[in-house]
Design a binder for this molecule. Structure first.
Ligand SMILES: Nc1ncnc2c1ncn2[C@@H]1O[C@H](COP(=O)(O)OP(=O)(O)OP(=O)(O)O)[C@@H](O)[C@H]1O
Length: 744
């Protein structure tokens, strides 16, 4: 089954009533509303049309959207399928309104309605089983802000600056150290949801008075227990931050950096969608945390993408861009595989699923010691869970390691070694239709590859998880704690700036890679994303100008004639044959020219929204539950230097910052930049290093992933880098020398 992609056009806001609208919904040949039409920005008399699985026009109510798109899948959730719904679109187009909604009962968004529905269905399931099945609901809620993961149950002032790490386990992305809270009813949920939303990063921008500056991910885990059988499935609701054209937002520096991060992750998402569409072997999931978590095309269950659109002309080019991305997303296949029922021990009477028990470990030690942490947690059954799998519903025992489950697995208190060895693992009861899927004898080569890749990932993750837990855990925790504190102090005292520079450098690297591949539009985008990090950099600006000129010249020289996925419709008689009309992709290239012509707005002082997050009134949910008719529930770059000769002398100099004598010397900026890139674990960036190919980059990232955090996690010196298997001195030297070429 493919990702279901539906578009929702928001109504005009009061302040927009006199504005020109250009987006309209239309019936398809089957009589269903499933087409979005928008004029060609270059030729008003032509229209582009995009077909979706469903289109919701300005009049659509919250209830209609929920009833049509989400309610039918709650049954599937209880049948063991994971459900993921995410809202995508430009800033100010209604993503948060769609997912969270307003205060009034009728205005509630998908999330509160979904919870309401889950509780109702839970009661029904329990009733229908004569009380034998118990249903428990827990939730986790986190945001990805500036590419860092933060638990939304953690107030911002208590967050570790580094955020929570991600790990791959059993083919799924795991947020290590994320808390999971029990919410037995709507009242619990309401309290938790409001509390967490108050911790979300929002701010006022010119385009949206209360703009989400982060991607917010809500995970609702439904656990059904009947005797010693347990079925866990997860509903995820994701409110992505909106892409922004900073020439329209009047963003200040802080907003610009956020914006660059948002735009980068959304760019990576569209690159992933493109790569999946092309059938590439390598999908660039790892280039942003958001795409790692979404794992589009790798996840199982049901995936629904809601494309939010503003009908206004002022959004024209942005709207076209998001229509292009999302119309391609509907070709992504999602395996409709249910989670398996697993056997557990009978429920413990002392099960802690009451009230708002917090099922988490202190955050700080976790941030550095997650590998051993997870293991330790698995061995000490009485301790609260130390890690929560983002997609905890797979049947592997290691995944369901949260000791906070109302019912534990038969071996949840036993050692992980026996657990993961598989010999003593209790038999799983595969659901019949799952068996059907697995017993398929016709396995395509891509499926085999996928299977192998998954197995390798599992093996790697298990290896990481099975590293022996430290015996003197208290001592180590303290050591880790000290290191974290030192790290935080260093960050507070200015290293955060380095982080930011490294982020800017990342964009430059990606730009360079795109340029080398001849992808000029993408390269331009990356250079533009780098601008906020290197304000006033003339050379960067020159690169942008040269690329723009190149793109414009290319476009004029060879007008593309292909119309990839969608149709161009003439509204009036036009003389040009359809085949010669620019495709939507062409129009995207035109964006640049269009933007060039716009005057750069002066940076205005940005209002930080004084409004509290009062957009959601939980009591409305409770009220709703009572309604029967509610059926739902520069840095100063080292100036480009002349290439150094490959003399032994130069090699010595390269390593002089740490190699001479016993005491390490202070790190040179070039070394720091090289190590920043390496430690970013970003394959695309690492591949941008001179002399480092894809294989080396992948091996390096894998090495870093497996490296025990207690040994330092990151590579700290060039010598350590040299020692990485598969690299060696010559490669490191080459990469080091190539660094200056990457700088502007
Ligand atoms: N369907 C709708 N009906 C009524 N008002 C809406 C609708 N969709 C959006 N709005 C209003 O439009 C404004 C912007 O919506 P919202 O904050 O949800 O956008 P967003 O896409 O989440 O933006 P950002 O990416 O900046 O967070 C809000 O005032 C919201 O109440």
């Amino acid at each position: 089954m493919s990702v279901r992609v539906v578009a929702r056009i928001r109504p005009l806001l009061d302040k927009e009533l006199d504005k020109d609208t250009i987006v309209r919904a239309e019936n398809g040949p089957d009589g269903k509303l499933n087409i979005v039409r928008i004029p060609n920005p270059k030729k008003e008399e032509e229209e582009f049309s995009f077909t979706f699985n469903g289109v919701y026009d300005m009049e659509t109510t919250q209830e209609e959207l929920f009833t049509n798109e989400v309610a039918p899948h709650i049954k599937s959730l209880f049948a063991g399928l994971d459900v993921m719904i995410f809202a995508y679109g430009v800033t100010g187009t209604g993503k948060t309104h769609t997912m969270r909604g307003g205060m009034k009962l009728f205005d509630r968004g998908i999330i509160p309605r979904m919870l309401s529905n889950i509780y109702r269905r839970g009661k029904k399931v329990s009733k229908d089983s004569g009380g034998e099945t118990t249903v428990n609901v827990t939730m986790s809620y986190y945001e990805i802000y500036n590419d860092k993961v933060y638990d939304l149950f953690e107030p911002p002032e208590q967050r570790s600056l580094a955020g929570l790490p991600l790990r791959e386990n059993a083919g799924k992305t795991v947020v290590v150290g994320l808390s999971e809270r029990a919410c037995n009813d709507l009242k619990d949920f309401e309290a938790l949801y409001i509390e967490a939303n108050n911790n979300r990063s929002t701010a006022g921008t010119k385009l949206n008075a209360q703009s989400s500056r982060s991607h917010a991910i809500l995970m609702v885990k439904v656990t059904q227990t009947n005797g010693d059988e347990q079925l866990i499935s997860t509903a995820s609701a994701i409110d992505l931050a909106g892409s922004e054209d900073n020439r329209r937002t009047d963003n200040n520096k802080e907003r610009l950096v956020e914006s660059a991060s948002i735009n980068k992750s959304l760019f990576v998402l569209s690159s992933c969608i493109d790569a999946i569409g092309r059938g590439d072997k390598r999908i660039p999931y790892r280039e942003s945390k958001m795409t790692r978590i979404l794992s589009l095309g790798q996840n199982n269950g049901i995936t629904i993408m809601i494309l939010n659109l503003a009908p206004l002309r002022s959004y024209h080019l942005d709207t076209l861009s998001s229509l292009n991305v999302s119309s391609r997303a509907k070709r992504i296949e999602v395996r409709e595989i249910e989670n398996e029922v697993v056997f557990t021990q009978p429920p413990r009477k002392t099960a802690p699923l009451t009230g708002q028990s917090i099922q988490r470990q202190p955050l700080r030690p976790l941030a550095n010691a997650h590998n051993t942490h997870v293991n330790a947690g698995a061995q000490k059954g009485d301790k609260p869970a130390k890690a929560f799998s983002v997609y905890t519903d797979k049947s592997k025992p290691s995944v369901s390691r949260s000791s906070t489950q109302p019912v534990r697995r038969a071996n949840s208190t036993s050692k992980r070694t026996s657990d993961s060895a598989g010999n003593t693992r209790p038999a799983k009861m595969a659901r019949h239709n799952l068996t059907g899927v697995r017993s398929s004898t016709e396995m395509s080569s891509s499926k085999i590859e996928e299977l192998i890749e998954r197995k390798v990932q599992e093996a790697l993750a298990n290896r990481a998880l099975e590293q022996p837990a430290p015996s003197a855990s208290n001592e180590i925790s303290e050591a880790v704690q000290r290191r974290l504190e030192a790290l935080e102090k260093r960050i507070e005292s200015g290293e955060a700036e380095d982080d930011t520079r490294a982020e800017g450098l990342r964009f430059l690297l990606m730009a360079k890679q795109h340029k080398e591949r001849g992808e000029d539009v993408s390269a331009l985008k990356m250079y533009e994303l780098a601008v906020p990090y290197f304000p006033g950099q003339e050379r960067l600006q020159k690169k942008i100008d040269v690329l723009k000129a190149k793109i414009a010249a290319k476009r004029e020289g060879t007008l593309k004639v292909s119309i990839p996925s969608e149709t161009v419709v003439k509204r009036t008689l036009a003389t040009a044959p359809i085949a010669q009309l620019p495709s939507p992709v062409d129009s995207l290239e035109n964006i640049i020219e269009e933007l060039e012509q716009r005057p750069l707005a002066k940076v205005r002082k940005v209002r930080t929204s004084a409004q509290s997050d009062a957009d959601f009134n939980g009591s409305a949910i409770i009220q709703a539950d009572e309604y029967d008719e509610d059926d739902s529930f520069s840095y100063k770059t080292s100036k480009s230097k002349k290439p150094k000769s490959k003399s032994a002398k130069s090699a010595l100099r390269i390593f002089a910052d740490e190699a001479e004598g016993d005491a390490p010397r202070p790190m040179t900026p070039k070394t720091r930049q090289l190590l920043d890139i390496v430690n970013s674990r970003n394959v695309a960036m690492i591949t941008g290093l001179k002399g480092v190919g894809k294989k080396k980059a992948n091996d390096l990232v894998e090495f870093l992933e497996l490296r025990n955090e207690d040994e330092g996690g990151n590579i700290k010196t060039l010598q350590q880098l040299e020692a990485v298997p598969g690299l060696g001195k010559a490669t490191v030297e080459k990469a080091y020398k190539g660094i200056s070429a990457l700088l502007v």
